[in-house]
Design a binder for this molecule. Structure first.
Ligand SMILES: [Zn+2]
Length: 399
């Protein structure tokens, strides 16, 4: 059998990799935009070229950013008729979240809300009073329970009387975390980071910080309009579908409008950063990375030409290309994590080795959570094993 060769082929903004076994003279597939559009990026495509040589292609697609500079914090930018891009500031390295306002009859539907803070309240008052053309906020939909998404929901619902829509599991997480503020919560969190190899100083810092969710989230509404995977409903007379993604949060809601060619991806697909996939004390042996990788695979069935509206960075087109990149990223990371366990190592040792940059205590928590997610995946895949040392700390080792 002829040796398989790989070719890269660049045409316009699309990029395809072609894999084929040449047995006869061949011509590359035509630089035909129609052909490239038909070709589903990330997927294998087979055909016969002009020289009758069978070939297989993997289209890598392309990503484009469509709307220029983002709006300032607390300001809106219209990116399509009846669709406003609103940004709210976050007091951390990732300094913003994107929110989406969609004209909905005589009012507005809002997707996600921002972190609860004095600044957010001030900015939101201005949005409600001056930037919505005199129309009220009538519906708030939250993609998931993380505080930058659900933080202002209670405040907004209280202020405006808007309906509150959310997936049940996400809402329950938010409700539980807002209420579970006692010592037992802190004990479980500290135990989790102890098993990961956290130093006594680090664990003392965690204990001092305690449960912080309720401090950055306004009171989570006591009732929801439940939305589920596959549900369809209208916003502004246009049809939207609920597409649930897993791994980043338990029942993360994305919204797709085929009619408008828009996909609100929340935190499941971000263009410039890899969404956080972490293991925490609530499910220390969980395998959210498997859930997330399954979601990425599932999302290849969504339309590649939809404009993706992510919660961080900027809107873009090129969903399948980004899905493939994220799959690739985790495949590479899994190799690095596995390699870091050649000799027995704690999750903290592994995190330091793989992330190879100075991590402050806030980042360290995320880095350990992300590390344990990859290690739990590798354990389930029987590539590494875990044992507990005499101090109750987990040691991971490559099999
Ligand atoms: Zn999130």
């Amino acid at each position: 059998m002829a040796r398989t060769q790989y070719f890269s082929y660049q045409a316009k903004s699309s990029f395809v990799t072609i894999l084929f076994a040449p047995t006869k003279p061949y011509l590359f597939p035509p630089a035909n935009p129609y052909f490239l559009k038909k070709c589903c990026p990330g997927k294998l495509f087979t055909g016969t070229n002009l020289g009758s040589t069978p070939f297989y292609m993997i289209c890598r697609g392309a990503m484009e950013y469509l709307f220029g500079d983002p709006p300032d914090p607390g300001a809106v930018k219209e990116i399509a008729p009846g669709l406003q891009w609103l940004r709210m500031p976050l007091p951390m390295a990732l300094d913003h979240i994107n929110l989406w306002l969609i004209e909905d009859g005589s009012g507005w539907t809002l997707i996600d809300t921002g972190l609860y803070s004095g600044l957010s309240q001030k900015l939101w008052r201005n949005v409600l009073n001056n930037l919505l053309g005199g129309r009220p906020l009538t519906r708030v939909i939250c993609t998931h329970f993380h505080p930058d998404h659900v933080g202002m929901a209670g405040w907004l619902v209280e202020e405006t009387g808007a309906e509150f829509w959310m997936a049940r599991e996400e809402w329950l997480y938010a409700r539980v975390l807002a209420i579970d503020t006692g010592e037992h919560f802190t004990d479980a969190m500290v135990a989790h980071y102890h098993r990961a190899g956290g130093s006594p100083e680090y664990l003392a810092k965690l204990r001092e910080r305690g449960a912080f969710f309720s401090g950055i989230v306004s009171e989570v509404p006591r009732s929801i309009q439940r939305i589920r995977d596959g549900d369809a409903f209208k916003i502004g007379g246009k049809q939207w579908h609920v597409v649930v993604g897993n791994g980043h949060a338990p029942e993360h809601t994305c919204l797709l409008s085929r009619e408008l060619g828009l996909f609100i991806s929340g935190d499941i697909v971000l263009p410039r950063i890899s969404p956080h996939i972490g293991v925490y004390a609530d499910e220390p042996d969980g395998n959210p990375l498997r859930d997330y990788l399954e979601t990425l695979e599932k999302f290849h069935a969504l339309p590649d030409d939809a404009i993706v509206l992510p919660s961080h960075n900027e809107p873009f087109r090129g969903l399948h290309k980004r899905l493939s990149e994220l799959q690739q990223h985790h495949a590479e990371r899994l190799k690095e994590f596995s390699h870091a366990c050649v000799t027995p190592a704690t999750a903290l040792d592994v995190a330091k080795q793989v992330f190879a940059r100075r991590l402050d205590s806030a980042q360290l928590g995320f880095a350990i959570a992300e590390t344990v997610a990859h290690l739990n995946y590798l354990i389930a895949d029987e590539q590494i094993k875990r044992r507990t040392n005499e101090d109750g700390v987990y040691l991971y080792q490559k099999i």
